[in-house]
Design a protein around this ligand. Structure first.
Ligand code: NAD
Length: 246
């Protein structure tokens, strides 16, 4: 028996990285997956490789598009909000646009997606929401992650609040907080550093296990949280970080 047989699951930011790996893992466990992203090209490559995964271009910051998307969807068992953007810098490098953009992509997107999902879950008297945060949040302060960490801490508050408000509706809401994971955007962050070789070494050095995480390792936790095996788990921040938060 597969772990997610017949569950209808929506994944945001599924074009690459952790979102993609999770959409694939969910599909392999028998779920009916709708993978969303703003990137048409990466979504197309996902559906070419995994024809069982439905794909839908969706900007998680556009409320009207999200409303339209959900108006065509009947039942949602699991919503996995993977969308996120990393701004590099301290408060000094973070201007108002950086602040607004980071909050729009990282937090408001989840507010929009959850607001449209919840009425369906309440009607079903069952539902499950998983939100992507980071170790760089209320769990641990990291240098040059001012607005990123602030948004990721907000996701913890958002999650706990939803978990508390809808527990009687049989709706669970949890957070995944990874350490550094090898994904396309991590590669871009390394390449954009003044000294990429040093940046790579520094990223790895801050992981006590001495290596980066893999997207499929995060996906395995996302499978557990989406499955009935975690039915007694809600409102919790699940660190998966190679020891970074010890
Ligand atoms: P990534 O950054 O490589 O890819 C992000 C994806 O999001 C892309 O496919 C992009 O097209 C999509 N996207 C961007 N803006 C969007 C929008 N407005 N609407 C819809 N899609 C949009 O992916 P990643 O590194 O796997 O990160 C995924 C999540 O995990 C993020 O929330 C990130 O903050 C979090 N996270 C990542 C790491 C890491 O080290 N990679 C660590 C901790 C947390």
């Amino acid at each position: 028996m597969k772990k997610l047989e017949n569950k209808n699951i929506i994944v945001t930011a599924a074009g690459q990285g952790i979102g993609r790996a999770t959409a694939i893992a969910y599909s392999k466990e028998g779920a009916n997956v709708i993978a969303t992203d703003i990137n048409e090209k990466t979504l197309k490559s996902l559906s070419n490789e995994f024809p069982n995964i439905k794909v839908n271009i969706l900007d998680s910051t556009k409320n009207n598009d999200i409303k339209d998307f959900f108006s065509k969807i009947d039942k949602v068992d699991v919503l996995f909000n993977a969308v996120g953007y990393v701004h590099h810098g301290t408060i000094i490098e973070c201007d108002e646009n950086d602040w607004d953009f980071s909050f729009d992509v990282n937090v408001k997107s989840m507010y929009f997606m959850i607001k449209e999902t919840l009425p369906k879950m309440i009607k079903q008297n069952k539902g499950n929401i998983i939100n992507m945060s980071s170790i760089a949040s209320s769990l641990r302060g990291l240098p040059n992650r001012f607005v990123y960490g602030t948004t990721k801490a907000a996701i913890v508050g958002l999650t706990k609040s939803i978990a508390a408000d809808f527990i009687k509706n049989n709706i669970r809401c949890n957070v995944i907080a990874p350490g550094t994971v090898h994904t396309p955007s991590w590669e871009e962050r390394v390449a954009a550093a003044p000294d990429p070789a040093k940046a790579k070494k520094d990223f790895i050095a801050r992981q006590p296990m001495g290596r980066l995480g893999r997207a499929d390792e995060i996906a395995a936790l996302a499978v557990y949280l989406a499955s009935n095996e975690s039915d007694f788990v809600t409102g919790v921040v699940h660190s998966i970080d190679g020891g970074m938060s010890i």
